[in-house]
Ligand binder design. Structure first.
Ligand SMILES: Cc1cc2nc3c(=O)[nH]c(=O)nc-3n(C[C@H](O)[C@H](O)[C@H](O)COP(=O)(O)OP(=O)(O)OC[C@H]3O[C@@H](n4cnc5c(N)ncnc54)[C@H](O)[C@@H]3O)c2cc1C
Ligand SMILES: NC(=O)c1ccc[n+]([C@@H]2O[C@H](COP(=O)([O-])OP(=O)(O)OC[C@H]3O[C@@H](n4cnc5c(N)ncnc54)[C@H](O)[C@@H]3O)[C@@H](O)[C@H]2O)c1
Length: 473
């Protein structure tokens, strides 16, 4: 039986970072994947959706050409956006090519891995391999809620929606999270009549509620309808269409659409791994880990979507690096998510880092909140794109607890706050760096300037300054 220092089960965002990192440090590594390397992000997640989002943005920009009395005619051809999506995947997949990993010294096994014992995994070709340490990075898949008639009448998920070359005329999306909304806007921009059904009181439930009206207004303007506090309870085929039954806050409604898409959250891929043979504990399917990402068997680690914490590519990568440091170098570095950012790539984008205002209030009691409406920021005004908001939440001493923004490109221009928070800079420091005028990042600085205004122009300091000026004038 082949023996390894590290077995990595799953070659997606987390597994690839782990395998490459461990091999570069000289460990003997095996990487096992049942599909082509790359995982959800490459094949059915970030890469294809961001390609579609960009195509849809161009379509939307063309519509706006009328603002300059330019006439753009015709119907956008979605199959061309689909082609671009494939081009993006084909280009990016070269980074995840098995031969690239073999050159790094990683043995790549193709096929589903199954635990045989706490140190042994059976690979797809019925070979058994042994690992001193093992990392589980098998990702997640869509949750499909139990809805009467859904299985019989068929539905789309992110995977099948990305295979479409021709779009339905109307689409109901169950789920108003990032997946539901990113798809909703793409499809609406390509001419689909989209309804988003969300069972919670509002969309994007993890975001600061003050940001949501900006997103909703923008999406509604593009024709997307929202039904909140609403659950899909039944789907029935009606010829080539589908009759949907929903329960909207206690009252039943029916309507007909061409297609249904389920975007109702994710489920960790653990069922087929035979984790009981390894003694690895799960809770509601998610592998339980300690701050070093060790499972209930200390030589087995788990990272990424399979632990059900922060299902993002960059979180999986960060967790992978943390595991390499612990499992290969023996460094006792804990994961911390205090400064983990994420972005929902709707237009406007929604940026999130750390605690929301209410979470911070609950945890720390007295906090300070600094806000800037983008209508006060020159660059956004010049671009006629000034709908948005920045919100930075700090403790009483100015330590950044959370930062949130909604606006065009917010995912990029808010990065400065992540760096500042990560390295312990206070909000006042964000005001000290010189920012080019009129960059979008000036919005961050304008927000931070409020801290100094508050500090310098209220309290004891202005009184002291007045007295000083009286004495020396
Ligand atoms: C539509 C969509 C859009 C997204 N957009 C973004 C985004 O913009 N930004 C962002 O940060 N995140 C985004 N995500 C989330 C991101 O894709 C995931 O968080 C990320 O891929 C998780 O990485 P992972 O390593 O945990 O799992 P994955 O990357 O999915 O990798 C898991 C791997 O394990 C393999 N595997 C599973 N079971 C076995 C087995 N038994 N044996 C062997 N191999 C197995 C799979 O084949 C797969 O290759 C998006 C997700 C979706 C669905
Ligand atoms: N830009 C990004 O980084 C990005 C993009 C897409 C996905 N992702 C990741 O993928 C994860 C999954 O995304 P998601 O949007 O599927 O999940 P989610 O959990 O964020 O949202 C799912 C939504 O569906 C609702 N829902 C569940 N069952 C329902 C039902 N029967 N009827 C109506 N609504 C229902 C839930 O209340 C929830 O608001 C996200 O948490 C995110 O981390 C990230």
């Amino acid at each position: 039986m082949e023996k390894y220092d590290l077995l990595v089960l799953g070659g997606g965002a987390g597994g690839l970072v782990t395998a490459a990192g461990a091999a570069s440090l000289g460990a003997k590594v095996a990487l096992i994947d049942k599909n082509e390397l790359g995982g959800d992000c490459l094949w059915s997640g970030c890469v294809p959706t961001k390609s579609l989002i960009h195509s849809a943005k161009q379509v939307q920009a063309a519509r706006r050409a009328a603002d300059f009395q330019l006439e753009v005619r015709g119907k956008p051809d979605f199959s061309l956006a689909h082609q671009r999506l494939h081009q993006a995947i084909q280009t990016i997949r070269t980074h995840d090519d098995p031969n690239r990993f073999r050159k790094m010294g990683v043995d790549v096994y193709q096929g589903a891995g199954v635990f045989q014992s706490p140190h042994e995994i059976q690979t797809g070709d019925d070979r058994r391999i042994w690992g001193k340490r093992i990392v589980i990075a098998t990702g997640s898949r869509p949750v499909v809620p139990k809805i009467e008639g859904l299985e019989e009448s068929g539905y789309l998920t992110n995977e099948s929606a990305l295979q479409l070359k021709v779009l339905p005329s109307s689409l109901l999306i169950a789920g108003g999270g990032p997946i539901g909304l990113e798809f909703a806007q793409v499809f609406a921009r390509f001419g689909v009549e989209v309804t988003v059904v969300e069972m919670a009181p509002d969309i994007l439930i993890r975001e600061d509620p003050e940001l949501i009206p900006y997103v909703k207004r923008a999406l509604k303007r593009e024709g997307i309808q929202f039904l909140t506090k609403t659950k899909v309870t039944g789907v029935q085929e009606k010829g080539s269409r589908k009759e949907i039954t929903v329960d909207q806050d206690g009252s039943v409604r029916k309507f007909t659409v061409d297609e249904v898409m389920i975007a109702a959250g994710r489920k960790p891929n653990t069922e087929t791994l035979q984790l009981d043979r390894a003694g690895v504990r799960t809770e509601r399917g998610a592998i339980q880990v300690n701050p070093y990402l060790q499972t209930s068997r200390r030589h087995i680690y788990a990272i990424g979507d399979v632990i059900g914490r922060f299902p993002f590519t960059h979180a999986a990568g960060y967790e992978g690096k943390t595991v390499v440091a612990h499992a290969v170098l023996g460094l006792r570095r804990k994961v911390t998510y205090d400064h983990l950012p994420w972005v929902t790539y709707t237009d406007p984008e929604v940026f999130h880092m750390g605690l929301t205002e209410s979470e911070a209030r609950e945890k720390y009691g007295k906090i300070r909140v600094y806000k800037t409406d983008l209508s006060q920021v020159d660059r956004f005004v010049t671009e006629h794109a000034a709908e948005g908001l920045i919100k930075i939440v700090t403790n009483r001493k100015g330590t950044i607890l959370g930062a949130h923004a909604v606006g065009p490109g917010a995912g990029d221009w808010m990065q400065e706050v992540v760096f500042a928070a990560r390295y312990g800079h206070k909000i006042g420091d964000l005001s000290q760096a010189v920012v080019p005028y009129p960059s979008r990042a000036a919005a961050v600085q304008q927000t931070a300037d409020q801290y100094w205004r508050e500090t310098l122009f209220s309290g004891w300091l202005p009184k002291l300054t007045k007295r000083y000026l009286r004495w020396f004038r």
